[in-house]
Write a protein that binds this ligand. Structure first.
Ligand code: SF4
Length: 164
């Protein structure tokens, strides 16, 4: 049985992008490693300075810093294929930090090229994340993957070979 504690930021991102992808990912089915987008992401992540990684639990954002009265989590992304999914992933990190480290207030920022997105770690957003985590847990525990529904991301998806 899949438990809420097993949810990772990547799974939240997948779920917000395509439920079928999330279900495949949760089963340890990996995206096509030869896919150009996957290969590029892997290469960039290897190039990143490992000292910038924040070593808490299984969280993989790039930077945490103390600002006036709150913490700010920053994540750098090569591309923003789905901004809403990236925001959901970072909100998940804020949720874990808030509950795990009991940080009073924390917010998030995603930087991708010239785009910067801000995510508020407000009570309302954190409550939404709690609901989403329950939804993801129930979904991942279903025995079969959902049927294929075309998404704007299918063309560049590393799971294409499982769908087409
Ligand atoms: S190819 Fe499309 S339907 Fe299949 S997992 Fe990727 S995004 Fe989802």
């Amino acid at each position: 049985m899949f438990l809420t504690d097993q949810i990772t930021g990547t799974l939240v991102n997948c779920y917000a992008t395509c439920k079928r992808e999330a279900w495949l990912y949760s089963r340890g089915i990996h995206a096509d490693q030869e896919d150009d987008n996957i290969a590029m992401g892997r290469a960039l992540s290897q190039l990143q300075n490992s000292e910038m990684k924040f070593p808490y639990s299984h969280l993989h954002f790039d930077k945490i810093e103390k600002q006036r009265g709150h913490y700010l989590i920053t994540e750098y992304k090569k591309t923003l294929k789905n901004p809403e999914a990236a925001k959901a992933q970072l909100l998940f990190y804020l949720y874990i930090l808030k509950n795990g480290l009991k940080l009073k207030e924390c917010h998030g920022k995603i930087i991708s090229s010239k785009t910067t997105l801000y995510i508020e770690g407000s009570l309302e957003n954190l409550q939404k994340m709690e609901i989403l985590l329950g939804e993801i847990t129930a979904f991942i525990n279903t025995q079969k993957p959902p049927s294929l529904v075309l998404t704007p991301w299918c063309k560049a998806c590393g799971y294409r070979s499982y769908c087409f």
